[in-house]
Design a protein. Structure first.
Length: 135
């Protein structure tokens, strides 16, 4: 029946989202080297079509050690940020996220939701299903 098809599709989507969340949560975010986070975001924004509904998810410590490179536009789309805080200094990490939010504002971002890493799996699952996450 039609109901069974929809129910199966939902189960498959939920399973895929859970697997994706586990994969992203297991990514090594503590590598050293150059970190051009705004450049990567800008690169994405300048290559995607503007039509349609978009939402974005970023997992990062937000410690950008390259000069900001800003181009493109979110066109009001939402951004979910899963921020790690490797330093353990809450004030420092909050300053990083505040600065990054200011940069993204220049790119016409819509709603920004910041999620703690221990909530990443739930937030990613929610984002995949709805395009939004709640902290």
């Amino acid at each position: 029946t039609g109901y069974d098809v929809v129910a199966d599709a939902r189960r498959a989507a939920r399973s895929a989202a859970t697997a994706a969340a586990a994969t992203i949560a297991g990514m090594p975010l503590d590598t050293t080297g150059h970190s051009a986070i705004s450049a990567c975001i800008s690169g994405l924004l300048t290559t995607l079509p503007t039509a349609g509904i978009h939402s974005y998810l970023l997992a990062s410590d937000l410690e950008e050690n390259e000069a900001p490179q800003l181009a493109g536009s979110f066109h009001g789309a939402s951004l979910t940020i899963i921020q790690t805080c490797d330093s353990g200094n809450a004030s420092y990490c909050q300053a990083l996220v505040d600065h990054f939010i200011g940069l993204m504002g220049q790119l016409h971002v819509g709603r920004i939701t910041v999620v703690r890493p221990e909530q990443a799996a739930t937030a990613i699952d929610q984002w995949i299903q709805t395009g939004e996450a709640t902290p």
